[in-house]
Design a protein around this ligand. Structure first.
Ligand SMILES: NC(=O)C1=CN([C@@H]2O[C@H](COP(=O)(O)OP(=O)(O)OC[C@H]3O[C@@H](n4cnc5c(N)ncnc54)[C@H](OP(=O)(O)O)[C@@H]3O)[C@@H](O)[C@H]2O)C=CC1
Ligand SMILES: O=C(O)C1=N[C@H](C(=O)O)C[C@H](O)C1
Length: 233
């Protein structure tokens, strides 16, 4: 499969290594908005760029009829617009805040736990995420997904990085050098605490998930999620 990498930073390079191991070819590497996007020989585009570039990159791929997956976080207020754009082009698009298999299992556990916690009184919910100091956005896309899942099932209405109101989930975003990504969801009461936690030991899981998603999406049409790819839940 011929892959275009839209973003060739930490993730772009990790994806390249795994794609080559799986006998794919990297035909294009884009690192800024001014470069030419020649998709003529591309089967799938993989966008891991920066929040302000993701939407333009995804649309360029869709304009060229190239299936595109994106792991870039920090642009999700435009998700519906991009999804509609994909449908209008009869194209192929998949976004995931986290491509690792472990986190996608963690998402399913988070959903189930939030459903259980909705049946009992006296607990408040908080989320902690820890990432490397180079990360541009806060909170992480993964923490937002976790919060949205909890909001869907419980009394909470929104999340905040600030001091929370009663109907807000507090997300604490910590930045520590070199941390690939840690997420913890905790329910606290006067009596006890319940926590679930995922710790990435490297970027390998994210990169492997992205390549697997690219292989899966190559010949499909529509807008997809990692639940479609992994067939879990
Ligand atoms: N969904 C998931 O599983 C994961 C998502 N991520 C997300 O992926 C994104 C990238 O992360 P990471 O690789 O660590 O970040 P990096 O900063 O290492 O890489 C981003 C790259 O994009 C380049 N870039 C800047 N402008 C453009 C543009 N217009 N088009 C294409 N590329 C551009 C940057 O170049 P320059 O440095 O010169 O500006 C940089 O090389 C982030 O949003 C992060 O949150 C990360 C890990 C997992
Ligand atoms: O920027 C990162 O590094 C990561 N970003 C994603 C996010 O914002 O959730 C996924 C992973 O946690 C690493």
């Amino acid at each position: 499969m011929n892959i275009a990498l839209l973003g060739y930073g930490r993730m772009g390079k990790s994806i390249e290594a795994i794609a080559l191991e799986r006998n794919h070819t990297i035909v294009l590497k884009i690192s800024n908005a001014t470069e030419d996007f020649d998709f003529s020989n591309t089967d799938v585009a993989i966008d891991f760029s920066i929040p302000t570039a993701a939407v333009a990159n995804i649309k360029k791929a869709l304009d060229s009829g190239v299936p595109v997956i994106s792991g870039t976080t920090g642009w999700l207020d435009q998700y519906n617009e991009v999804s509609d754009y994909c449908h209008s082009k009869n194209g192929t698009f998949l976004y995931a805040s986290n491509f690792s298999l472990g986190v996608n299992i963690f998402f399913e556990i988070n959903k189930k736990l939030s459903q259980l916690m909705a049946t009992v009184d006296g607990y408040s919910t908080e989320i902690e995420e820890i990432h490397h100091t180079k990360k541009l956005d806060a909170p992480s896309g993964t923490a937002i997904t976790l919060a949205e899942q909890i909001i869907e099932n419980t009394r909470y209405k929104w999340w905040t990085l600030e001091q929370p109101f009663a109907d807000e989930i507090h997300i604490e975003a910590k930045r520590i050098p070199e941390v690939p990504g840690t997420h913890k969801v905790t329910y606290n009461s006067d009596i006890d605490s319940i926590s679930i936690k995922h710790t990435a030991h490297s970027r390998q899981g994210f990169a492997m998930g992205a390549v697997i998603a690219a292989e899966w999406i190559k010949d499909k049409k529509g807008v997809f999620t990692m639940r479609d790819v992994l067939n879990i839940g």
